[in-house]
Design a protein around this ligand. Structure first.
Ligand SMILES: [Zn+2]
Length: 419
């Protein structure tokens, strides 16, 4: 919030944000890095750019993988460039999501769906189309304004327990409280989930979607680590959190979005976690997700992957090949900064989000151009490094013209691969 602006930019916490424990081992150092969404407007901004530690820690007590260096939230979330509506993959995901929630809860026109971190309102629109009432809560001023202007009532706040209490009083208890890709962003997940618990109706459900740490480990998705993502949850660590807040997990789905996510359905009932959820937790433990050795091996593999990617790009550049980027996602900035890939290897990248075109990537200062730059002009780049690799299939399909002219793609993780 603005009242925090006298607070330091970054605070290093010394305890786990779920269990309060101090048995914390540093697993991987990816920084110091600038904020992954802090794109720069002009070359004059380069000198003033701030960098913060970006290190992953594992809690030996509750198994949560997390960042302990916490950047002040208003520096990251008051103006946000990730607009949900820009991706067709996400649009399909939103439609399917709304349908599932409406069916599971049997929602009708008297019911309210509240979404925390509702972005530009894209998902809530899908609920409106099904005749359900909606309420958005979004801390980014620009996105809250965009959503409200398009007919999705949106409160411009960071979500907390007290905001949850207030909204329950001013609106009505929500049959569904949706929180996608936000729990991992908050430094106090107890307060956040307590707010969801306050807002949800007794016969309602809270649905939480978070990237799955198992996918991060298995697919070496280290570039999904950035300052905004404070927690990297597993079913195991999420259940420890729910236990503390007084919520029961009634169902868990695995969803193939953002490189592999978990969707949990939580209820105020005191019946405890369902057998299916417990089974998934047991399965996860067998895969080593609760064991620090698995995380140490991950760190070793990440360092190898970096060496391989930088080696490939340098060899291509030495052969006189031109390489450009596709996408300017936050994750791309972790990858570029960690690997030290800047304009010497990639003169520009392209992105579909018009808010990013014309800006420079944080830390590596690569200009962002329109997607049409890939095929404009007589010569095309020999290779396109796909920074938005979770949309790689969609991107390669859309870039038929570039492929027809002989262009090739590089997918950077888990191992760099030329397609
Ligand atoms: Zn812990």
């Amino acid at each position: 919030m603005d009242s925090d602006s006298a607070a330091p930019d970054v605070v290093h916490r010394t305890t786990c944000r779920i269990c309060g424990g101090t048995d914390l081992e540093r697993i991987l150092e990816l920084g110091p890095s600038p904020l992954a969404n802090a794109f720069l407007r002009s070359t004059e901004d380069f000198a003033a750019e701030q960098r913060y530690p970006l290190d992953l820690y594992f809690c030996g007590q509750c198994t949560l993988l997390q960042l302990l260096d916490v950047v002040r939230p208003d520096l990251m979330f008051r103006h946000y460039l990730y607009v949900t509506g820009t991706s067709t993959t996400m649009a399909g995901h939103n439609q399917a999501y709304a349908q599932t929630v409406c069916e599971v809860l049997g929602l009708t026109s008297i019911d309210l769906v509240a979404e925390v971190a509702s972005n530009d309102g894209s998902l809530l629109k899908c609920f409106q189309e099904r005749g359900v009432r909606t309420l958005g809560i979004e801390p980014a001023r620009n996105l809250a304004a965009l959503a409200s202007a398009s007919g999705v009532e949106t409160v411009n706040e960071f979500f907390t327990r007290s905001v949850g209490e207030q909204l329950r009083a001013t609106h009505q208890p929500a049959r569904a409280v949706v929180a996608n890709n936000v729990l991992a962003h908050v430094d106090d997940p107890h307060d956040f989930l307590s707010g969801c618990r306050e807002l949800v109706a007794d016969d309602g459900l809270i649905t939480i979607e978070v990237p799955c740490v198992g996918e991060l480990l298995d697919r070496l998705e280290y570039d999904t680590v950035y300052h905004e993502h404070l927690s990297y949850f597993s079913v195991t660590s999420l259940l420890r959190l729910c236990d503390r807040v007084g919520l029961s997990a009634v169902r868990v789905d695995r969803v193939p979005v953002h490189g592999g996510s978990l969707r949990l359905y939580l209820s105020r009932s005191t019946g405890g976690h369902s057998a299916a959820v417990r089974a998934l937790e047991a399965e996860e433990r067998l895969a080593g997700v609760a064991d620090v050795a698995r995380y140490r091996r991950f760190a070793t593999d990440v360092r190898k992957s970096r060496t391989a990617l930088v080696g490939l790009l340098e060899r291509l550049a030495a052969d006189g090949k031109q390489i450009v980027g596709y996408g300017a996602p936050a994750k791309g900035n972790t990858l570029l900064n960690y690997c030290g890939i800047d304009t010497r290897l990639i003169p520009y990248t392209v992105d579909k989000n018009p808010l990013k075109v014309g800006l420079y990537t944080p830390g590596t200062h690569i200009p962002v151009r329109e997607v049409s730059a890939l095929v404009d002009g007589a010569a095309i780049a020999d290779y396109v490094l796909i920074l938005a690799w979770n949309f790689a299939d969609e991107i390669m399909r859309q870039q038929q013209t570039y492929r027809d002219r002989g262009g090739r793609f590089i997918v950077p993780v888990p191992e760099p691969q030329v397609v």
